[in-house]
Ligand binder design. Sequence first.
Ligand code: PEP
Ligand code: MG
Length: 920
Amino acid sequence: MPEKKSSKKSTGAPKSKKMVYFFGDGKADGKSEMKDLLGGKGANLAEMAGHKNLKLPVPPGFTITTEVCTEYYKNKGKYPSVLKGQVQDALKKIEKIMDKGFGDEKDPLLVSVRSGARKSMPGMMETVLNVGLTTKTIEGIIAQTGNERFAYDSYRRLITMYSDVVMEKAQGIETEEGKGIRAQLEKIMAAKKKERGITLDTDLTSEDLKELCKAYKEKVKEVLGKQFPDDPYEQLWGGIGAVFASWNGKRAISYRKIEGIPHEWGTAVNVQSMVFGNMGEDSATGVAFTRNPGNGDKNFYGEYLINAQGEDVVAGIRTPAPINKASQSDHNKGQKMLQEAMPAIYKQLDAIEKKLEKHYRDMQDIEFTIEKGKLYLLQTRIGKRNGPAAVKMAVDMVKEKLIKPEEAIKRVRPEQLDELLHPIIDPKVEKEIKPMAKGLPAGPGGAVGLIVLDAETAVEWKKEGKKVILVREETNPEDIEGMRASEGILTARGGMTSHAALVARGWGMCCVVGCGELEIDTKARTIKVGDIALKEGDWITVNGTKGTVYAQALPMISASEENMILKSFLILCDKVRKLKIRTNADTPSDAKRARDFGAEGIGLFRMEHMFYGKGAEEPLFKLRKMIVAGTEVERQNALDELFPFVKKDIKGTLAAMEGLPVTIRLLDPPLHEFVPHQEDQLEELARSLSISRAELDKRTSGLRESNPMMGHRGVRLGITYPEITRMSAKAILEASAELLKEGKKVFPEIMIPVVVTEKEVSQQKAIIEEVCAEVTAKYGIKKMPLMIGTMIETPRAALMSDKIALVAEFFSFGTNDLTQMGFGFSRDDIGAFLPEYIEKKILPDDPFQTIDKAGIGQLIKISIELGRKARKGLKIGICGEHGGEAKSISFCYESGMDYVSCSPFRVPIARLAAAQAVLK
Ligand code: PEP
Ligand code: MG
């Protein structure tokens, strides 16, 4: 940033830029809005110390700005010249407040040096504590505290941290795992404990620690070739430099890449007076949350350790004790609560906690230390929370009038709702385990089960009461029974709109697809990823929200079923959103479930889906007969047989959605998916058509296409075989007529798929209207509340939308095919290359998950504009998988659609995302 020129009026020397911000003793140069400059931690420390409503007991300190970090890198590791003076001034203020001197041999001030970026990067950057301890000042600490053991314990911690962070890591010295200076010092400590026959650090005497410090310093000299510095200022500047250097450490860089944090931001450095929780039984340190981050309950919640420093809490050497009753759990139950051990301090802390939450209007994550009976606040920040807690806190805080509904809506990430709808892998356990492989997150939640490699085994094992995960190269309709019987599905090929993904998502089932590293050997009955080999029957766990696979059974936690809190939260969203939310459902039970989740109609009923799943054998057989029919008569016969099944299915779903619109799409079967592969089924099919096997084989091979996704499908089927359209229309309209006769309100919408020209639409529309006239006459109905529209799922259709809208009464974007055809990426074959496109940043996201605004988005915008120009108020929605994805929903809202349609389990997510789109 350029320096401001000094004003003309100024008479003195130009004022140098402020690089150091002080806080402490009820005052602060900064405030919480200054996160960009002071980092999250620095801004919050300033706010806690200096804001008129807070003025909390924060140990005094100062923050060196993120701008200094940026300059430090620009100037190849040199600090701006005025920095030293500003640091010196701030240090003086701390000395005054603490009544101690930095480097003073009688009563020395010790400080901590910590990082603090704009956004928290937990554990990614460095910290050095107890800076200022030297062979001289340690005598002062001993004299002041009368506690030699404490002094040497602090010193050995400083030597460990400093040599590791400043003398090794910041110098870019790379060591093999377990060979770094920290590990070598820890070995010395372990040897000492062994020699003394003890296991706990706390059992080391002051003499032991004194000897350790000596041995540590010798080791540092030996390994790093330099003396451990005995000058407090050298330590201070070493620490500051190491924090800046850690911004560009490997860990921090890769974390920023994952989290999308810009590398230019830089980190601030916080230098703060040390306070000690390890000064005896009247000292302690702890972490607390203003509400329970695991379930959202409005209870102060936390853990603490008597006579300990912060790192002891994190290191897990001792089990922390609960601060109060609400924080008790099985593992800490026996321990004394802070509320009992130090009642006055607890009372003070509880009052502060309440103040902080009120001030920040959000759940806070607090770090505190008690030094010799005096409480200090070291940090506050917005606390991380899981999905159920996020929803509960949002709803409660609105009720408490702490926040407005709009704020509550913004605080829950749409994907967090998944945690309330599906069982998930226990996140605490999952965090510790390395996945064996990664694929695409195709169906939400987690699942654990035994590996099965085919659908029949899945069904058999399920009958035996076993939990299974179906692992396949890819799935097809013949696997449906096995898919139903499984807890989750894993495929090696296929993308987010492949068969497995579509089916699993529709069922709300956990599914990972396109796991390219997976080698499946169906003969040897094994699966392999690199060196890891598993057999059929071995345990496996999949995370369908993240796309990860684990080579063992991990524990699951279940989602709450009838969630009233979720319902209240979604009602808040409904008051804000403008988009309608429909669902993609093809059975009465899915329709009902979606309705319970808040769906306002069906945006896509895929007629061909009635040939999958339970009870589908008979209609599927008839569909196959229709597909392989050789003559119109044969086909008509098969259609006549099929008709009652289709009508019954549609009627059930229309009834389940009574009073709401239901868009039923004309048959769009990818023919190749429906041709049987099994011998016995082929035999039976030939028999039922009274043709030879040779004749059947001839016909099925005639159906084989090079590019089935661009072949004889969608409306093309209706054009070549109008009798199919006729049968479908008759089934829809008779089902509707019967329900109308029963006094039910139904709103059927017939949708024509994969069109490229208005002529296809008008030709199909004529057939449907003709059937409609027949049906209304037959049932004596005056007017059928029917709309006839089209999908826009080919690029040509998008560009011809003004012509198409003259005949189509509504549009629905089929963004699965529109993406496939717009990109020329086969939906089912992206697994081989798309992951690399994302990794190499050639594409920002998987365009089958998140709508490609730049390209496909343009086609959509053009189509909407042309369509509405030709037909005023044209109803427009989306029914591709993007209709349930938050970023895409935001785009749908911006581009002026009327509704989005998604699988039932995504309806709540869509309700939230649609509300957030309005608030953006
Ligand atoms: C689409 O193409 O977006 C769509 C909804 O249709 P399908 O996925 O059935 O091809
Ligand atoms: Mg399609």
